[in-house]
Design a protein around this ligand. Structure first.
Ligand code: CO
Length: 143
């Protein structure tokens, strides 16, 4: 089987204070934010820091019923999920589902930056929440 994963898209870190985290990355590591977005559906505000071709995604909840708010309450700050780039999110998701792997999103949905995404349940993936990220919303270009 060829790998469904083409790259690490982002490493997502849940934080209480987004500005404090952004400031720390800038002062301590010289790393600066290239994109900010509120994702209303997920109740999160994100800031992306570019690292090579990938990102660190700092995440903070925008409302109390956000899954990230529940995560911070239960686990505290730290690694929330890893986003892997895939060529075709629908294909990767159906491949996992065909194997009986537990997923959170039954079908792909819009993510930030115009991406198409789907989450795989951490119980399927040894305790780490995985996000499948397809960079465009449309079907991938033929190669
Ligand atoms: Co993500």
């Amino acid at each position: 089987m060829d790998s469904l994963l083409t790259d690490i898209d982002h490493v997502a870190i849940a934080v209480h204070d987004l500005d404090a985290a952004i400031d720390w990355y800038a002062r301590s590591l010289g790393a600066t934010v290239v994109h900010r977005e509120d994702v209303d559906r997920d109740g999160v505000r994100e800031a992306l820091i570019q690292v090579g071709d990938s990102f660190i995604q700092l995440l903070t909840p925008t409302r109390e019923d956000s899954p990230v708010a529940a995560f911070l309450e239960r686990r505290g700050e730290g690694l929330h999920h890893v986003g892997y780039r895939v060529r075709d999110c629908a294909l990767a998701l159906s491949s996992l589902r065909a194997r009986g792997d537990r997923v959170i999103d039954e079908v792909p949905r819009p993510g930030s930056r115009g991406t198409t995404i789907a989450f795989v349940h951490p119980r399927a993936s040894f305790g780490t929440l995985i996000e499948l990220v397809q960079e465009s919303a449309g079907p991938p270009d033929a190669e």
